[in-house]
Design a binder for this molecule. Structure first.
Ligand code: FE
Length: 379
């Protein structure tokens, strides 16, 4: 029996669960996550507003074959506008059809839990090592061994057990208002806790997984006691309530509401695309110490996938020179693969020293980081 036929037979046993069941599971997931209230809002669509909730989207596991083989179904929290050109390119080159289901990470993981072995999904595509680590912890991903990924993706951006791999990089660093702040006054994330920044700091909410991962890295680099002091200092220095996304936070700096803040590099890049004179500057944090905090977007093969080989092949392609270049140019992210050119905008921000920490640490320390931020009064 051909692969196609096997797939077609399997597909007949696959049922899309009713929306009500997903809703129930989302509720359950919310309860389960009560101790680790990760926002799971990737807010990738914050600037484009195109995110589409696909909780009600039905995905048939049709096992249909394009010229090049089985369909690969992706559950993705990434902005469709950003990721679609890459996937279209893959289809053009290979004939492999791709089904893309887009939602926020939390609902996608709840959906995978609910669907179990009946899931039509082959690959989870999401942001932040903290989210990928959670997906692996929940048993949603299966390990893969790939010499291509090992060659293309540095070990610190991959799960040591092969459950997920990074596919692009983003720096979470300091941004400032150059009309009020001189770059010479800036140095580290920890320095933003200094009383000299009282009433001048803007931060995104501690519910954002990006901040949980940043705090986890600080716990690893500075120790728990010092990190807690830093978070208390940040909270003391806040100019205003925490923000629900990085874009709003950057716009608050531009509007003069605060003088410094912390955000992911690509949000700044997107704002600069829209407004080339956006009056905020980027500063590479921790250059004299541990290096700037770098996180990943990445992917893993779903445990219940019918087409794990197809998912892995696509992941390998996404780590190739061509796809890595597209990530950098279309999404203002950094390539995860060494030696791939950055976009012109990223080059204009200059080179920087990256923190050498393995990103899986962000997952391992996530619960502790959340507890610490809560204890320190960081909302
Ligand atoms: Fe984001």
């Amino acid at each position: 029996m051909s692969l196609t036929a096997i797939s077609a037979n399997l597909s007949s046993t696959k049922l899309t669960l009713p929306v009500a069941v997903f809703g129930m599971m989302l509720g359950l997931a919310g309860c389960n996550n009560a101790s680790t209230p990760t926002e799971n809002v990737d807010a990738e669509s914050a600037t484009t507003g195109t995110e589409q909730s696909s909780t009600e989207q039905e995905v048939a596991k049709d096992g249909a074959t394009g010229a090049g083989g089985q369909t690969v179904t992706i559950y993705s929290s990434r902005n469709e506008q950003l990721i679609k050109p890459l996937l279209d390119r893959y289809t053009e080159q290979t004939g492999v059809k791709i089904e893309l289901v887009t939602d926020k990470t939390g609902p996608l993981m709840a959906r995978l839990q609910a669907e179990g072995k009946n899931t039509p999904a082959d690959m989870l595509l999401t942001v932040d090592a903290g989210n990928l680590w959670q997906a692996a912890e929940q048993g949603l991903l299966q390990p893969v061994a790939s010499s291509v990924l090992e060659k293309n993706v540095p070990a610190k951006y991959r799960d040591p057990k092969g459950m997920w791999t990074g596919l692009s990089l983003r720096a979470r660093t300091i941004f400032y208002d150059p009309s009020k702040v001189d770059a010479a006054q800036l140095s580290t994330y920890a320095d933003l806790a200094d009383p000299k920044w009282k009433g001048k700091l803007c931060l995104r909410s501690s519910k954002a997984v990006y901040n949980q991962s940043l705090v986890a890295s600080m716990m690893e680099n500075l120790g728990e006691e010092k990190t807690e002091q830093v978070i208390r200092g940040w909270v003391d220095n806040l100019a205003t309530d925490v923000f629900s996304d990085d874009t709003n936070m950057l716009e608050a700096i531009a509007a003069g509401q605060c003088e410094v803040g912390i955000a992911n590099s690509y949000y700044y890049g997107r704002l600069l695309d829209e407004k080339p004179n956006f009056p905020v500057k980027i500063f590479w944090a921790n250059q004299g110490t541990t290096g700037t905090h770098v996180n990943i977007s990445g992917a893993g093969v779903i445990t219940g996938s019918d087409n794990p080989d197809g998912a892995l092949k696509l992941m390998e392609w996404l780590s190739s020179d061509e796809a890595q270049g597209l990530y950098a140019s279309s999404d203002k992210e950094y390539p995860v693969k060494d030696g791939v050119d950055e976009s012109e905008m990223l080059r204009s921000w200059g080179p920087f020293k990256q923190d050498s920490i393995s990103v899986q640490k962000f997952g391992e320390l996530q619960t502790k980081a959340i507890q610490m931020m809560d204890k320190a009064g960081y909302k």
